[in-house]
Design a protein around this ligand. Structure first.
Ligand code: SF4
Length: 268
């Protein structure tokens, strides 16, 4: 990892490389030269993730595999969406800048979504069952969640209302199968794009260590409940921009388990 002064004295350009099998992911990022923290540099990580995903998508297109996700296709916005605590903190900070009426509208949407989840018995299962005991039970839970068709509270007119700051896991969920395969992946197998690195999972790992929790993520629908604790997890990973980025990059090529998914595992 190398640091170079950038055009602004307040920022510095960092170049780094991460090994991926026989190859490597090389990138550069402009980060604050002074003190920052992991939550504050999320936009940098989102931009790096977008670059990685664009590269993978272009390689797939060259091989004749076209990503079918497009504007207006929002089946995946009815899934269990796992956000890490840094993203929860960033979304909290953003929501608190909104006019009071908009905050109340969002709070009401999250509340309604939780009521639907409770009516389906899924909150009881989260509380009373070891729904994350193994991949099979957690993925079955994710499938049962999808069947409730509860739209993400940020989904408006079948479009993501927070698109530029949407969670990493939303960016990383892309498929090459037809859209209808995402309606019920248990009967029509979807073909997710396999990414060489998952930024979302790396943040989950850092969050899990800090929270002393095996997951490091929360369901997006719990965001407003999480907000009430007033937590600031990003402050636990603070330093200069290059130092914070390095802490993140160090986790990138660790083998990290995915969050629950409604996808049916591919048959061997
Ligand atoms: S945050 Fe946006 S992209 Fe992610 S599930 Fe919600 S509406 Fe969809």
């Amino acid at each position: 990892m190398t640091d170079q002064p950038s055009n602004s004295p307040e920022t510095v350009t960092v170049e780094f490389a991460v090994g991926i099998g026989d190859g490597k992911f090389t990138a550069s990022a402009i980060v604050p030269a002074g003190l920052t923290n992991l939550t504050q540099i999320l936009p940098v990580l989102q931009s790096l993730d977008d670059s990685l995903i664009a590269g993978v998508t272009a390689q797939l297109a060259e091989a004749g595999q076209i990503v079918s996700c497009k504007l207006g296709c929002t089946h995946c916005c009815r899934q269990l969406v796992a956000i890490n605590t840094f993203e929860a903190e960033a979304l909290t900070a953003w929501i608190q800048t909104l006019p009071e009426s908009r905050q109340q509208q969002l709070a009401q949407r999250f509340h309604q979504a939780l009521l639907k989840l409770a009516a389906a018995g899924l909150i009881d299962r989260m509380v009373n069952e070891d729904w994350l005991a193994d991949t099979e039970s957690s993925n079955q839970f994710a499938l049962d969640y999808l069947y409730q068709r509860i739209p993400c509270p940020f989904l408006e007119d079948e479009s993501c209302s927070i698109y530029p700051m949407r969670p990493l896991v939303c960016r990383e969920y892309l498929v090459t199968s037809a859209p209808e395969h995402c309606i019920d992946p248990s009967t029509l197998q979807s073909l997710p794009v396999r990414l060489p690195l998952h930024f979302s999972r790396s943040l989950n790992v850092i969050s899990a260590v800090l929270e002393q929790d095996t997951r490091g993520w929360i369901p997006l629908l719990f965001l407003f409940a999480w907000m009430k604790a007033g937590a600031h997890p990003g402050e636990a990973v603070a330093g200069t921009g290059p130092q914070v980025l390095l802490e993140f990059v160090k986790t990138l090529n660790h083998a990290v388990p995915p969050a629950p998914s409604a996808e049916r595992p591919p048959e061997n």
